[in-house]
Design a protein around this ligand. Structure first.
Ligand code: ADP
Ligand code: MG
Length: 594
């Protein structure tokens, strides 16, 4: 038999390695920033274009590379950071695999300029798809600049797989945050399409945090510090009153390396026990330093996971140190009555009409009274159809004029402050109040956004919101839609956004929450990345404003909600694809009674 095995050509091997190390522009950003840190730079600039799809460039003032090193740097398994296997257990650098640059070079066009301090001229190296195109001498300040252009230019399938600029930018900002937080001793700036998103001077950790997330953070930071023979813990946790429903900012660094450890996260949560509102997440930026030989970071190619020798003790140290800090700073359990009425009871129709004279709600209107209004008939017909053909609800409301046998006032009541139970001649309807309201609001917002009918009301008092740099960047992307929906604001000054008008559907006291919700954008899941910006915004606003479980509703509000729900185009599932109601037919009930 002929020999069948041969070594892969180097560029193919590199492409395969790239698949593991470089998933998206943010991966390149991470690798280049970490290399700059490892090169002992104290000033770093990150420049990107089109969310990194066209250009990612990192300029540092670190130790630079000699003419041989610059060539070697792009070879696989070429690293200056470890020489022998033992070094793996005593690691003080971010990198050590010597794989990143080779991987990037396999899937992009790279231009590197580098000059060590003790050399006069700099070296320029151009590589495309692992192939060296040019190597010459040039001039460059001390340090290194690596420009990565047209990522995945030679792998169209992967390039097409990249998400929208918003999503990719978000990932890049995440990586930037991690490096900037881990190294407040390094001045670091970030330019995107010519705008400076961040320009952070060397600073204390507290100042760095505030520089990244905004001035409002200053008052919420609670310092944590604990030194034991096993570990040093430093950093900040956020006051429980600053906790969010969204998993906000949670950063754990072990030996200055960002890691994700569900175990350590749990230790932090344990320290907050009893201090958080339900479904709220604490924020933290914590640095744990342990002897390098007591941990194993070689278990994951992206190195955000880690294994400790003595996890149990670390858990205990964390929990007690944080608990102690929260105690010292006299953090009280949060019972903010003001907040809970304003934020969690948006579905208070009485107040709503009082604050919003524009809102088209006829308080005397009772959908359950026979009025001969066509609209009512249709809705009622839809109701009844629930029990015969639920599938027809979505697009084909049953014909008018059916003999409906609708009771004059169907009986409704609330169950567990979460469901609305409605008695119909043919059975019971059990409606999830929050999901139903999300659906109603979602369709209203979507209608306003897409049908160009921005009904807006001037606010009595402008609502001022401080934006952090990330939010400012995102605000630019959504501002057109926000205008379209009916928001208006004064020109942003010093990160202060003053909202002067809001959509009809949003009342004065909901404005801040809504804007925060909209500007806090998380990694979108695959499904979501495909939906339009308008759709996403409508979902966010619906989610933020919808009445929650645990809220008591007056009978009238219950009836109105049901009525509105069945006026929707889609009634079966919430905007997040959750079932809105279930039915219990008479026959089923009788069956159970046998
Ligand atoms: P690793 O960081 O794991 O060693 P990389 O592929 O990221 O592997 O980099 C390869 C080598 O190139 C590094 O070990 C380092 O010697 C050199 N290098 C990369 N970036 C820089 C930089 N910005 N300044 C100086 N040297 C660098
Ligand atoms: Mg590296």
């Amino acid at each position: 038999m002929a020999d069948r095995i041969s070594l892969l050509p180097e560029h193919v091997a590199n492409q395969i390695a790239a698949g593991e190390v470089i998933q998206r522009p943010a991966s390149v950003v991470k690798e280049l920033l970490e290399n700059a840190v490892d090169a002992k730079a104290d000033s770093i600039q990150l420049i990107i274009k089109d969310a990194g799809k066209t250009l990612i460039q990192v300029i540092d003032n670190g130790i630079g590379m000699s003419t041989t090193d610059i060539r070697m740097a792009f070879e696989r398994h070429a690293t200056s950071k470890i020489k022998a296997a033992e070094d793996l257990f005593n690691l003080n650098t971010k990198g050590f695999r010597g794989e990143a640059l080779a991987s990037i070079a396999a899937v992009a066009q790279i231009e590197t300029h580098s000059r060590p301090e003790d050399e006069e001229l700099a070296h320029l190296l151009k590589i495309e798809g692992s192939e060296v195109k040019e190597q010459t001498l040039t001039t460059n300040p001390k340090g290194t600049s690596i420009a990565v252009k047209n990522l995945f230019y030679n792998i169209p399938a992967r390039r097409n797989f990249l998400k929208s600029n918003t999503v990719e930018l978000r990932h890049i900002i995440d990586e930037f945050h991690r490096v900037a937080l881990a190294h407040p001793e390094i001045a670091i700036a970030f330019f995107q399409n010519g705008d400076d998103l961040f320009n952070l001077q060397k600073a204390s950790l507290r100042k760095r945090i505030v520089g990244i997330f905004g001035g409002k953070w200053d008052t919420f930071l609670v310092p944590v510090e604990e030194h034991t023979s096993l570990a040093r813990l430093e950093g900040f946790v956020l006051k429980p009153s600053f906790s969010k429903k969204t998993r906000g900012q949670q950063f754990f660094f072990v030996n200055r390396r960002f890691i994700k450890s569900p175990f350590l996260h749990h230790a932090v949560l344990a320290a907050y026990e009893g201090l958080l509102q339900r479904d709220h997440h604490p924020g933290y930026i914590l640095f744990l330093d342990v002897a390098p030989e007591t941990l194993d970071i070689n278990i994951h190619p992206n190195k955000t996971e880690i294994k400790f020798e003595d996890e149990q003790s670390l858990y205990a140290i964390l929990r007690s140190a944080i608990k102690h800090s929260l105690g010292i700073f006299q953090v009280q359990p949060l019972i903010d009555f003001d907040n809970s009425t304003n934020l969690d009871v948006p579905y208070d129709y009485k107040d709503k009409t009082a604050v919003q004279p524009n809102l088209e709600i006829d308080a005397s209107f009772n959908p359950f009274q026979e009025k001969g209004l066509q609209r009512d008939v249709k809705k009622s017909a839809q109701w009844e159809a629930l029990f015969s053909h639920p599938e027809t609800l979505e697009s084909n409301p049953p014909v008018e004029g059916l003999d409906l046998e609708m009771p004059r006032t169907p009986k409704v009541f609330q169950l567990f402050s979460k469901y609305i139970v409605c008695a119909l001649p043919s059975g019971l309807l059990l409606i999830d109040q929050s999901r139903a309201h999300q659906r109603v609001l979602y369709e209203q917002f979507l209608g306003v956004i897409t049908k160009d009918r921005a009904a807006s009301q001037q606010l009595l008092f402008p609502v001022a919101i401080t934006l952090d740099t990330t939010q400012k960047a995102y605000f630019k992307e959504v501002e057109d839609i926000l205008v379209h929906i009916g928001f208006q604001w004064n020109p942003i000054q010093n990160s202060l956004l003053e909202i002067t008008a809001a959509p009809d559907l949003v009342s004065q006291d909901q404005v801040e929450k809504i804007i925060e919700e909209v500007l806090f954008f998380e990694h979108e899941g695959k499904k979501d990345a495909n939906s339009s910006m308008a759709d996403k915004l409508a979902k966010k606003m619906a989610k933020a404003l919808a009445i929650k479980a645990g809220i008591t509703l007056e009978i009238k509000a219950q009836q109105e909600l049901i009525d509105n729900l069945f006026g929707c185009k889609e009634t079966l599932v919430s905007p997040f694809n959750k079932r809105i109601f279930i039915t219990l037919e008479k026959a089923e009930i009788e069956q159970k009674m046998l």
